[in-house]
Design a protein around this ligand. Structure first.
Ligand code: PYC
Length: 310
């Protein structure tokens, strides 16, 4: 299996160029469903240790259905197939440029959530114009037994997010274990309390937000991903969902740019335009760096060929 590894603000992406399963020729959403239901072992073997690493997201290249798209892509982490992935799209664009498959300029990428536009400004810097994003509910309260009461917004940015602002725990790296434990409990409680998307979609990511201590940076976040790892980047789809909340609350105007940082301090520049239907069209600018181009080997006599979760 031929792969390229990059990171976007510290969050790893493994682009699978060849050697993935046959997902047929349906829509990308249909192919993503086949990947999720029939190829879980494949997904985990690519991402689990010892071949992969926690937090790594894979980007499986597939034929697009839209003729004007450079490629189709299905993103997945060790536990879930994602509708879209912002850091992954930045990593994918930089990886395609590294391979000489795209030049600086504008391109389109097809994802299960829809077509996204990318602008490659130089070999490391990418602006993603994401799928339409929206807040579907504000100030939804819930109780995590024995822990406390939390209130958050539900918003879509290519994946589904429950966003709590301000964070009940200080967003500093030494709190990452506590933040992870708390957000896992909050996510599980959203499922039990039927807090989700407007068509019953499960919340797949939890965001804790706070103001940044750096006056040049608008805000800082901690994002829990479906596989219980935290996003080292400020999360492209999460930032899109957050922009939808800021727009709905009248706290950010169309075209106004802010910088958001992740729990490890990596940054995205963010802005949005209003869509005709009142949703927002987010723009996320970040940088990725290629770290490795390699061939993954799956030896059937290897007792850990399918990976191990540690
Ligand atoms: O950047 O959208 C994102 C993302 C989702 C999960 C990890 N990163």
């Amino acid at each position: 299996m031929h792969v390229i590894d990059s990171h976007t603000g510290g969050e790893p992406t493994r682009v699978i160029l060849s050697g993935g399963p046959d997902l047929g020729t349906g829509t990308l959403a249909q192919r993503a469903q086949i990947l999720a239901t029939k190829h879980k072992q494949f997904c985990q073997s690519v991402l689990f240790e010892p071949r992969g690493q926690p937090a790594m997201v894979a980007a499986l290249l597939v034929e697009p259905t839209e003729a004007d798209c450079t490629t189709g892509v299905i993103y997945f982490d060790a536990d879930a197939v994602l509708g879209m992935c912002g850091h992954g799209t930045i990593g994918l664009a930089v990886s395609l440029a590294y391979l000489g498959r795209i030049d600086v300029g504008a391109h389109k990428i097809e994802t299960p959530a829809g077509v996204v536009d990318i602008l490659l400004s130089d070999k490391n810097t990418v602006t993603v114009t994401n799928v339409e994003s929206r807040r579907v509910a504000a100030n939804l309260s819930m109780e995590v037994e024995g822990i406390g009461h939390f209130t958050g917004d539900v918003a879509y940015g290519g994946n589904w997010f429950y966003i709590i602002d301000p964070s009940p725990i200080e967003l500093i790296p030494s709190n990452i274990r506590k933040l992870t434990d708390l957000t896992i409990m909050i996510r599980d409680q959203t499922h039990k309390a039927n807090i989700g998307g407007d068509n019953g979609e499960l919340i797949d990511h939890i965001i804790l937000q706070s103001q940044s201590t750096n006056k040049n940076i608008h805000s800082r976040n901690f994002v829990l991903c479906p596989d219980d790892s935290y996003d080292r980047s400020p999360c492209g789809t999460g930032s899109s969902a957050r922009l939808a909340c800021l727009a709905a609350d009248g706290l950010l105007k169309p075209g106004q740019e802010i910088t958001q940082e992740s729990i490890i301090g990596s940054q995205y520049r963010l802005s949005y335009q209003l869509a005709a239907n009142g949703n927002i069209i987010p723009q996320i600018t970040g940088q990725a760096f290629v770290m490795a181009e390699t061939k993954l080997i799956f030896n059937p006599t290897d007792p850990f060929a399918n990976g191990i979760r540690l």
